[in-house]
Every structure is written in structure tokens, then in C-alpha cells.
Design a protein around this ligand. Sequence first.
Ligand code: UD1
Ligand code: UDP
Length: 383
Amino acid sequence: MATPLRLLTVIGARPQVIKAAALSRAIREQFDGRIKETILHTGQHYDANMSGVFFGELGIPEPEVQLGVGSGTQGATTARMVEGIEAVLLRKAHDVLVIYGDTNSTLAGALAAAKLHVPIAHIEAGLRSFNKAMPEEVNRIVADHCSTWLFCPTTTAVMNLDREGFSLNTDHPATMDKPHVVNSGDVMLDNALHFSGIKKNSSILDGIGPTGTEFMLVTVHRQNNTDDVQRLNAIFGALMELRQRTKMPVLLPVHPRTQQRMNDLLDPSLARAVEQDQGLRLIPPVGYLDMLELERNARVVITDSGGVQKEASFFAKPCVILRSETEWVELVEQGHGELVDADPERLFGAVDRALAAKACSTPKVFGDGNAALHICEHLIRTR
Ligand code: UD1
Ligand code: UDP
């Protein structure tokens, strides 16, 4: 029997921990003895409700390596991660480094592995916002161009890579210079399908109106929405007004970045109003199973999160996107999402349309729910 394929999986930010659950589950259930995974956690996210909570509830193996880099400037934290990942790769041989998405942990993994000639599998490759002011856009471009396997979640992602000069031919051994671009589907769909079938005694909907379904779910954490004083105030002012207009509660699990910026940048009178408004419920970040429960039951989802946009569509919920562009263009093209930027009037209009609309459907663009299986099979076949 061939020696197992040794993966070093780098995770660090909340969505990566969640995404990693799909691959770890596929390895455990279908590739035992053929793939051996070691997980490295950079420590980019470290609060229990931003990282630790997901390991137990999603059945992800505890990371063997914890770098504990914590927070800081983009350059300093990325540099600490590169150093830590490089040390691990030098200490022990790995066949493939696995990275997810577009965070600084993704970039650090890509840089460390590429320089040591360790082949990289990039999961969620090929996405583009065409806005390089986003740290994520820089991270994903660099990661893609260092990778040996680019596992795309959608056809749009494949076409983005095609336009950047990647060959779509996989009829040759995969190398960093001649990588494989593969439309694997999205591991987030794998997870949403798998975990929404798991019953949990959740109390997350308790106290949200009489039916537990007449509420709006909001998340906001993007750098340009939280660090920009005008945008942050516009968004929270608009949420207050939206609540008055619709008479519907708004539930907002607050990302730690957003909490800090609210403390520092919200106009004091708005901050007081937000604090006193019983209908605008700010709660700490919730676990993934609770988040799925909220998404499944909300009337409308309002978000700037990439993952939450998609999950809203998986549950056929209309999504209002607090950005001027999205990497998940299919959602907008097919009417599952509407871009409103941080503009209150556009937000009100989009929410009105979402509330008036008949039930949404689920878009069929994120694969067959077995993305992790396809990724493992392709890696084994072309190692
Ligand atoms: C990061 C990713 C972003 C992703 C998001 C998911 C980058 C450049 N950005 O953004 O793409 O959508 O994660 O949530 O990698 N903080 C805490 N506790 C924590 C984590 C963060 O207090 O556990 C606070 C710190 O003050 C930190 C700030 O949040 O400085 C921002 O964290 P950081 O990881 O730099 O970026 P995110 O905004 O979380
Ligand atoms: N999520 C969660 N608890 C929360 C908010 C989000 O479990 O309080 C999950 C959400 O269901 C999705 C992922 O976190 O799976 C999205 O991560 P995030 O919004 O932090 O980052 P992005 O997807 O924008 O990179």
C-alpha cells in the first residue's frame, strides 16, 4: 500500500476553522490510511467563540501545532506566521500544504511553502473582487499564483483563473509552474448540508419575537465597513432606522473587530441609542450550529461576510450585501443577493424588496455537496 499523503493544513481565522471541518471529515471517513492530516493553527483568531468552539462542535481534530501569533498589523502578524509555518515545514516532511480562502493565514502558508518548494493546495481558489484595496484580494492573488492545485468553488472562479493565464488542462503532473485548476465545488456547501442535518438543542431563537422567524440577521466585520468612521456610523444608523420601519427585531452577532471599532468610532448619541434599543440585539459571536439555526430562520440576512452570503443562499434566504462588489457574483446575478454598499437608502430598498419577494430558491452553482471528497480524490490521483 502506498504511503499516506501527508497534508499540513493551515488555519487561523474563523471561516477557515469551519471550512477545515469538511476536509477533515472526508479524510477520517473515506481516506483513512491514505491521507494523513496535521493541522496547524496560526492563532490569527483566538477568542474561544472565534475559534475554540468550532473544534468540538464540528469534530475537527485539535491542531498539533499552535503558533499563537495573535493580533497586530498586517505585516507583523503575517511575518510571524510565515516564520512559524516555515519552521514546521523544515522540521518535518509534508507532501502538501493546504490553505483556505484569503486571510493573512492563507498568505503566510503560501509564502512559507512556496519558498521551500512544498506543493500547495488552495481551497476556495480563483475568487476575485477586482478591488485590491481589500487585504483579502492581495492574499488570494498571491496564494493562487503560488499553488500547485487550485480548487475552485464555482465556475466563475475557474474563469477568473483562465483570464489570468492559468491553463485549464489537467492532463499533466501538477506542479507550481503548471498547476491544476479544478472545479471541486464549495466545502462550505458540504458543511451546511452535513451540519444542518444534525439536531442540536439550541436556545438561540428564544425570545426572538413570537414565532422566532420574524427577524433580520446581520453580520458586519469587513475592514472598510468597520475602520471607516462614516461607513460604520451609516451602517448602524441605518440598522436602527430599519428596525423602526419594519418593526422587526435585528439580531447581530458582533465580530470582535466590530465591537472594538464601535467602542472607538460610533457617534456617542448613536452608540447610546444602539445600546438602549431592545429590538437591536447585539450578541457575542455564536457557534456554527447556532449560526445555521439563525440563518435558516431569519426573514432576511444582511451581511458583508463572504461565508454568510453563501449560507443565506443555501437556505434560500434573501441576502442584502453591505459591500459595493462581491466575489460571489452568481448570487447577485441570480437574484439571491443585492449589493447596497453602506448606503442607507439602498439598504432600505433592498430589504423592502426582500420582504415582499416570494420564497427564494437555492442556487446550483456551488457543486454537489461533496467538494472535500473531490479534493481528496484529485490529490491522491495526482500526488
Ligand atoms: C479576518 C480576515 C478576513 C475574514 C475574517 C473572518 C485578514 C486580512 N482578514 O478579518 O478576510 O473575513 O478574518 O472573520 O486575514 N480580534 C479579537 N479576537 C479574535 C480575533 C480578532 O479581539 O479572536 C480583534 C483584534 O483586535 C484584531 C481584529 O479583531 O486586531 C481584527 O482581526 P484580524 O484577524 O486582523 O482581521 P479580521 O477583521 O478578523
Ligand atoms: N459564523 C459563526 N458565528 C458567527 C458569525 C459567523 O459561526 O457569529 C460563521 C458563518 O456561519 C460562516 C463563517 O462564520 O460559516 C463566516 O465567517 P466570517 O463571516 O467571519 O468570515 P468571511 O466568510 O467573511 O471570511
